[in-house]
Design a protein. Structure first.
Length: 145
């Protein structure tokens, strides 16, 4: 009881400013209104196997460089929770290909063809509801640059 009383006394009831990291450890925040928010962004480049680790953020950029890329998606939310991320793909000066995990499910069962041309940008969104057993893949935009 003392711990709860001290914690409740320390939390602002209306207004106030928080700083630092609030570690929620998969706990529910109910009915928040979020204004002026951002998501953690991770940028990488290269070829070979590239792991998109959802424990590090939900917005990724990968610039293909030096060879083709095989993506791995790791640390999805637990089954019964929805989770999603966005990937910005930037094409190399030599056209590169991406191999998606076998758990990626695209419309019509076919992954999109990446835009050809140096510096061309394609955007993709992925959503899962079953701890990553299936990732529904959507093309958000192609040939953006």
């Amino acid at each position: 009881t003392a711990t709860v009383t001290v914690a409740n006394a320390a939390l602002p009831k209306a207004g106030g400013t928080m700083s630092g990291t609030l570690q929620m450890a998969d706990q529910i925040i109910q009915r928040p209104e979020i204004k002026d928010y951002s998501e953690t962004y991770n940028a990488s480049s290269g070829s070979g196997t590239v792991t998109l680790d959802l424990s590090t953020g939900n917005v990724f950029q990968h610039t293909a460089s030096g060879g083709n890329v095989t993506f791995v998606f790791s640390n999805p939310p637990a089954s019964g929770s929805g989770g999603s991320f966005t990937l910005k793909w930037i094409q190399d000066s030599s056209d590169r290909t991406a191999t998606w995990p076998g758990t990626a499910d695209w419309a019509g069962g076919t992954a999109p063809t990446l835009t050809s041309g140096s510096g061309k940008v394609d955007m993709f969104t992925f959503v899962t509801f079953d701890a990553g057993a299936t990732w529904y893949g959507f093309t958000a935009g192609q040939d953006l640059r």
